[in-house]
Design a protein around this ligand. Structure first.
Ligand code: NAD
Length: 295
């Protein structure tokens, strides 16, 4: 069993860390939220007063933070934890960040004699709770083999996408598609409701027809159609609009770097940006329905 430091205990990191405790790993955790720390402390993890304190003595560090700047600050900042880790330690960053940021952390880790993997996830908070996440891993294949046991305590599918940064590149493609699918599905459901259809009936029809997709199967945006999804609890506790907006920004950046056209990704990014400026940034991204449905 590994001695793991876990930094970032939000909607995703919290349940992922709980699954590591359940699997018998010794966990030391840090987050800025006292409530998040209490939940993990109550479950048997050691609570540290800072990220640096959390990583002391760890053989593996896992981070699950909002965006590139948080990850860069954690590892490369003035008090960066790379300086507090022992050589030979393994860093696994599961946040969704720019591929370039992941590569910068991996390079700094290597200089200090450590290995680093970018290992962003898919599967939502439901997947994080159930331990069924999909990991998209960037980094050397032999390092992934060292990490496999720890990843399997949190997820079910582990893909080796390629070299450092490749996990993030794969994640950005997936999330651009998810943003488009959510906006498109919400638009179709809004159109049906505006024409007098019951969204439950329309969802049942489309999930068995050619419009079928992950959103209709697992994450319906209309309140009350599906139990245990953010739409049925006031769009709370899922994947925030501002996080989706960040991912669509990463997709736009990746597209610009590669000169690859992403017209639908750009349209989706603008829709979530508009939704965010109207005050919905902290709501789950399925609330994009509110922007599209008739008042
Ligand atoms: P969240 O906002 O719920 O959690 C982020 C956590 O990081 C918070 O608890 C916050 O207090 C903590 N944090 C921020 N700065 C910190 C610091 N300097 N030190 C310690 N803790 C700090 O976000 P989330 O939904 O858990 O998402 C985390 C990452 O996973 C993001 O990159 C997101 O894009 C990605 N992701 C989210 C989902 C989802 O469905 N929510 C799915 C897949 C991937």
């Amino acid at each position: 069993m590994s001695n793991i430091a876990f930094i970032g205990l939000g909607n995703m990191g919290g349940p992922m860390a709980l699954n590591l405790v359940k699997a018998g790993h010794a966990l030391t955790v840090f987050d800025l939220s006292a409530a998040a720390l209490k939940t993990l402390g109550d479950a048997g993890a050691s609570v540290a007063p800072s990220a640096r304190a959390a990583v002391e003595g760890a053989d593996t560090v896992i981070s699950m933070l909002p965006a590139s700047r948080h990850v860069e600050q954690l590892y490369l900042g003035r008090d960066g934890v790379i300086g507090a880790l022992r050589p030979g330690a393994l860093i696994i960053d599961c946040s969704t960040i720019a591929a370039q940021s992941a590569i910068a952390v991996a390079e700094a880790a290597q200089v200090s004699g450590m290995e680093m993997l970018d290992a962003p996830v898919s599967g939502g908070t439901g997947g994080a709770q159930a331990g069924t996440l999909t990991f998209m891993v960037g980094g050397p294949a032999d390092v992934l083999e060292k990490a496999r046991g720890v990843l399997l305590a949190m997820g079910r599918n582990i893909f080796h996408a390629g070299a450092h940064g490749a996990g993030q590149s794969a994640k950005v493609c997936n999330n651009m598609l998810l943003g488009i699918l959510m906006a498109g599905t919400a638009e179709a459901l809004a159109l049906g409701m505006a024409n007098g259809l019951d969204p439950r009936v329309l969802s049942d029809i489309m999930v068995k027809s050619s419009g079928r997709n992950w959103v209709l199967e697992l994450y319906n945006p209309v309140p009350g159609v599906m139990d245990n999804v953010p739409a049925s609890r006031g769009y709370s506790g899922g994947f925030g609009v501002d996080l989706m907006l960040k991912d669509l920004g990463l997709a736009a950046e990746a597209a610009m770097n590669a000169k690859s056209p992403v017209p639908l990704g750009e349209l989706a990014r603008n829709l979530y940006a508009l939704h965010s400026t109207r005050g919905a940034g902290a709501l789950d991204f399925s609330s994009i329905l509110d922007l599209l449905k008739k008042a």
